[in-house]
Design a protein around this ligand. Structure first.
Ligand code: CA2
Length: 147
């Protein structure tokens, strides 16, 4: 059975490609999902793609990932900067966690510079546009080698 990586996306990312293309680009979340699935398959993994605007739902998905996923790629969006609940849930997950931001959060407002999730992440990718998701899948394959 292939290794399942779950890709979790936080609030407003359902609008990717539909609003503010100058910050987030033109690709939609469906485009990103297709790209991640193809790449994961080519690397001997499978990919589950999830998006929610609700913190509790994201926490439930992280907890559920303990049962079936070997790694988590997460763009917690605005919850990156506020949510100790998501951080605590990620601490209960044993596999690698990679954090992705489409924009370079360090080039933006100071309230985006700190991410609670980064305290748990093996790596953080920011400012590479939606390509950051593919980079995270690639890195996940390396981290999972031999597992
Ligand atoms: O750069 C990222 O990926 C962010 O996680 C995106 C979040 C923001 O709060 C973080 O600071 C950085 C916002 C996601 C909103 O996504 C939209 C996409 C298109 C149009 C409007 C919002």
């Amino acid at each position: 059975m292939s290794k399942l990586v779950t890709v979790i996306n936080g609030p407003n990312l359902n609008l990717l490609g539909l609003r503010e293309p100058e910050i987030y680009g033109h690709d939609t979340l469906a485009d990103v999902e297709e790209e991640c699935s193809k790449l994961a398959q080519a690397l001997g993994m499978s990919c589950r793609f999830q998006q929610s605007n609700h913190e509790g739902q994201i926490i439930d998905w992280i907890q559920a990932a303990r049962d079936d996923a070997v790694g988590i790629v997460i763009n917690p969006a605005a919850f990156s900067h506020t949510s100790i609940g998501i951080l605590d849930a990620l601490h209960t997950f044993e596999g690698p966690v990679l954090e992705v931001h489409v924009s370079n959060i360090h080039k933006r407002e100071s309230f985006r510079h700190h991410s609670y999730v980064s305290h748990r992440a093996e790596g953080v990718i920011a400012g590479f546009g939606v390509q950051g998701y593919s980079m995270a899948i690639q890195r996940m394959a390396t981290l999972l080698q031999g597992s």
